[in-house]
Write a new protein. Structure first.
Length: 278
């Protein structure tokens, strides 16, 4: 057995030990792999819980529901309107903590109502090196992170997902739409819709890994650098500009460094990171 398979066996052993779980399920690469494995190990003692809010695009909700339906997995939709959380709209550096504390609190309540032993979530080993204040909520609420416990990396999860035939094995990374806002800028329903529509347009044009970061009414587009020529082709460039203007953006810019996770964190000081990881 190679190391990756050993990790996968450790994951299955962890889930078997838990006995019954509520899985925080977004439909992304990690949570899909975790849910599928939990369902394979525990059957109907693994329940998916998916948040429903304006920062979670409809396309992601549909994909999550379709996956559960096609595999016979029980799914609970959990209304979780982040904009109602005190302080969230102001978009402080610990915004993710405020959101995760609220959401995981609700999932814990669902687990308790259903008599499930644990709440589990899909962070992996690679997430430990990034600024993720939401992990503080995971620790505080006793949420279990089986992928990290098993030592699984993002590459491990993608390769194992491919071997298992999961459709998400090569799905682009995704994070909630609130992560597109520069810290300190007020998050509104209108601006969330602007970002959602802009990213949906780019996806429909065939770009796979996209982010539209919002700075006031400026859209900063992040793409894989190899996709720059496609965006800059005259017809596509003009179409994207005109559409984003119609959505409410004043200016449209292309980030020359390209797509990277957590680019909004680049403005945070080391002290900010320490304060909010505590």
């Amino acid at each position: 057995m190679d190391l990756r398979q050993e990790k996968y066996q450790a994951l299955r052993d962890c889930l078997r030990h838990l006995g019954s779980v509520a899985v925080a399920f977004s439909g992304g690469v990690d949570s899909t792999f975790l849910l599928w494995t939990a369902h394979d190990v525990l059957g109907n003692q693994a329940v998916a819980v998916t948040a429903s809010s304006c920062s979670f695009p409809e396309r992601e909700r549909r994909e999550a529901a379709d996956f559960c339906g096609s595999h016979g997995i029980s799914q609970v939709i959990c209304p979780s309107e982040e904009l109602d959380i005190e302080g969230f709209r102001q978009n402080p550096p610990d915004r993710c903590y405020l959101c995760k504390r609220e959401l995981f609190g609700k999932i814990c309540a669902i687990a308790q109502e259903r008599g499930l032993n644990a709440v589990i979530e899909g962070s992996n080993v690679d997430d430990e090196g990034d600024y993720r204040p939401g992990m503080r909520a995971v620790r505080e609420l006793g949420v279990v992170s089986p992928l990290r416990q098993a030592g699984l990396t993002k590459d491990d999860i993608r390769l194992l997902s491919k071997e298992l035939g999961l459709p998400t094995w090569d799905k682009p990374s995704f994070a909630c739409l609130a992560s597109r806002f520069v810290y300190g800028e007020t998050i509104t329903e209108e601006k969330l819709r602007m970002v959602d529509r802009a990213e949906q347009l780019l996806l429909e044009l065939g770009f796979r890994q996209v982010r539209v970061r919002i700075h006031g009414t400026i859209a900063r587009i992040e793409l894989q650098p190899e996709d720059f020529p496609k965006l800059l082709a005259e017809d596509t460039r003009r179409l994207v500009y005109d559409r984003l203007k119609s959505y409410g953006f004043t200016y449209v810019a292309l980030d020359l460094l390209g797509y990277r996770t957590g680019s909004m964190n680049e403005t945070l000081s080391a002290q900010d990171r320490r304060n909010n990881d505590a």
